[in-house]
Each structure stands twice: as C-alpha cells, then as structure tokens.
Design a protein around this ligand. Structure first.
Ligand SMILES: Cc1cc2nc3c(=O)[nH]c(=O)nc-3n(C[C@H](O)[C@H](O)[C@H](O)COP(=O)(O)O)c2cc1C
Length: 367
C-alpha cells in the first residue's frame, strides 16, 4: 500500500484546506485520530473523546443529549439542583439518548451524598466532581456503586493526590476557560501535568475551539478535550437568544476575569463577558470596602456582601437573557464562536480540522 504522502502526491485534486480529499486519505487520518484519543473514547464509551463541559443552567437534557447523540459525551450540570430535580433531569436525558452521558456534581453542595445516590440509582456511568478537592467518601461511594469518577486537577501535586484517592480520570482546565477558573493557563498545566500523570486518562479544557488544537493536546498526552463555551452557543442550547448573540459578537478579549480590588476581600475568579454588571461589581466592591473602613461593616459582612453581588446572575443571563446585568460566563474561545450552529456541525468541524491537520503533517514529512 502506498504511503499517505505518496497517495497525496498522486491525487491532483487534493486540497487539504478544502473538502476534496479522497475517502481513503480521510479514513487514514480518522484512524490516526482514533488511535490518538483511544484512551479517552474507551473511558467515555464514545466515538469522539470530547466532553461537553457541564454549564449551570445550560447543560440540561436538550444540550446534553444532543452532544451524546453526536458521538461525544454530554454532562448534566447539577449545580444547585435538589436531588429530586436531578432525578428528573437524568430520566429526561435518558429519554432523549441511549448514548453515554455524565453528571457534574459540585462538591460543596449541601446534599452531595443524596445527589451521589441519585446518580447511582440511575446507574450514571461517569460522575464529574467539581468545585474543589472532592471528599474521599463521595469518591468511594461512587466507585463502590459502579460509577467512574472524574475530578479537576489544578496542579500536579493535586493531580497525584486525586489519583491516589482513586479517581478514574482527571480534567485539567486552564484559566482561558469560561466560568469559575484557576490562575494557570492550559499550556502550562499540560506541561506540568501530562508527562507525569499516566495512571489515569487526563482530559484538557480551556480555550479549545478547533480540532487541530485538540489534536496538539492529544499529541502531548491528553486523552481528550472538554469544551464549554462552544456548546453554550449551540443551536440546541436552551440559553436565551441574547446570550448566544453576545457570544457571536464577542472577541476573545471580551471574556475577562472578575476583578478583585483588595486582597483582604477575595473574589472567586470567574471568566465572563465584560458588561454593565462587571463594571458595577468594581464600584460595589469599592463601596463595600469604604464602608468597612468607615466601621459601618464588619470584615465578615463586607466579604458576604461582595460574594452576594453575583447571586442568581448566571441564571439572569442564560435564562432571562439579561446580558447587561447578568453573568455571561464565557471562555476566551468565545472569539471563535461565529454563529449559532447545531451540535453535530460543531463536532463535525472539530473532526474535520483534526483530520486536516493530520493530513498536512503527513504531507510535510520527508519521504
Ligand atoms: C456558562 C458556563 C457555565 C459553566 N458552569 C460550570 C459548572 O456549573 N460546573 C463546572 O464544573 N464547570 C462549569 N463551566 C466550565 C465548563 O464545564 C468547561 O470546563 C469550560 O467551559 C471549558 O472551557 P471553554 O469555555 O474555554 O470551552 C461553565 C462554563 C461556562 C461557559
């Protein structure tokens, strides 16, 4: 059989940027992609090692099932849901897809144990534990109940600790991502963690929007990728039209982290589109700090006041469509969201871009 390079040169019509590439070449490129993310697809039970990152208010039955039906892995965002509500959401998602999907639980949820039981009752295959180092009791309960546990590792030392605690896979999420974020970029996290954590599959997240970029991560040792921002603007996302329009309009630089005015009053960093609300947040902090200095507020009351500013703000943006005052959480990859597209189209584009990149590399290799 001729080498891929030879086949490329034999095809006068081959155009790697376009669509005129023979089916045989495409098949070879797809096979290589499948080999590169085999650990991820085997772990998830999918064709495509891409997770639709859980997004509160956004990742519900419609989007989650659309992602799973497109061959990737949808994840329900439990967020602040009560156990009964999660039960209903899992049931409804199952009615829309027979493919694998997961559930994301926030570790500080007061009913974490009950939520774990809901997942186990429904035989949810994969549970993502987000929002800090998960309690070992939750990891144990999930694993004993037959579920696979995925956790976020913000640094190498924590990645190693989580592996020792028994998690089955990790997500490393760079500061480019939308929503609550850590301080380190994905580029650095990948170099810090991927060469040293091989016991479990590691998925990468933050700023990813193209298949060729995902391919580079796989080549560095990632098992697959998690995308949020791109799917939030998908046609199947229930996010308000205004929310999606704001995504389509935004440039990468518009997705900024929430500013903190005084280190004595920490602000949990969240990446969202700059808007009226984020401007008012700065003024609000300044006013609260002034009142603290004037003796009108205790330190604790001032901290709570700052924390409460964004209460309900994501819902306001996602569901009500108030993109000026709500929290329009978005990653820097928002700059690459050009249109509201069906999930299947997004997945097809990612595959196409990864395959084209594989073909270009083979073509450039000396014979
Ligand atoms: C609107 C929005 C809401 C999010 N909510 C959550 C959440 O509830 N739980 C969670 O673990 N991650 C949450 N994330 C993070 C995503 O799951 C995902 O890891 C992240 O979006 C990946 O980076 P990207 O935005 O650059 O694609 C959220 C992200 C966005 C954009």
């Amino acid at each position: 059989m001729p080498s891929i390079r030879r086949m490329v040169s034999m095809l006068s019509e081959t155009e790697h940027q376009g669509v005129q590439v023979s089916a045989a070449l495409r098949g070879e490129a797809r096979a290589e992609l499948n080999r590169l993310w085999a650990r991820g697809t085997e772990f998830l039970g999918t064709e495509v090692a891409v997770l639709g990152g859980a997004m509160s208010w956004v990742s519900e039955r419609t989007l989650v099932s659309a992602i799973s039906n497109a061959g990737a892995f949808g994840v329900i965002a439990c967020g602040a849901m009560e156990p009964a509500r999660l039960d209903e959401e899992i049931r409804a998602t199952r009615a829309l897809t027979d493919r694998p999907f997961g559930v994301n639980l926030i570790t500080m949820h007061p009913q974490l144990d009950e939520l774990v039981q809901v997942c186990l009752r429904h035989k949810v295959g994969h549970v993502v534990l987000a929002g800090g180092i998960p309690p070992s009791t939750a990891i144990r309960a999930l694993k004993d109940g037959g579920a696979r546990v995925i956790a976020f590792a913000p640094a190498l030392v924590l990645a190693k600790r989580l592996v020792k605690m028994g998690v089955d896979a990790l997500v490393i999420e760079g500061a480019e991502a939308g929503g609550h974020i850590g301080p380190v970029s994905l580029t650095v996290l990948m170099q810090e963690i991927l060469p040293h954590v091989t016991a479990v599959p590691v998925f990468v997240a933050g700023g990813l929007s193209r298949g060729d970029a995902i391919l580079s991560c796989l080549e560095q040792g990632a098992a697959g990728a998690q995308l949020g921002t791109r799917f939030a603007a998908a046609a199947e996302s229930i996010a308000h039209e205004n929310f999606k329009k704001a995504f389509v309009r935004a440039a990468a630089r518009d997705a900024v982290t929430s500013p903190q005015l005084d280190p004595r009053f920490p602000v949990i960093p969240v990446r969202a589109l700059e808007n009226e609300g984020s401007h008012r947040f700065v003024a609000h902090q300044a006013e609260v700090i002034r009142r603290f200095h004037a003796g009108e507020l205790t330190k604790e009351a001032a901290q709570l006041d700052i924390e409460h500013f964004w209460a309900g703000a994501l819902r306001r943006a996602v569901i009500d469509g108030d993109v000026e005052n709500g929290s329009v959480m978005a990653g820097q990859s928002v700059g690459m969201v050009r249109a509201v597209e069906p999930v299947q189209q997004i997945i097809d584009d990612l595959l196409e871009q990864a395959e084209q990149a594989i073909l270009r590399r083979k073509d450039a290799r000396p014979s």
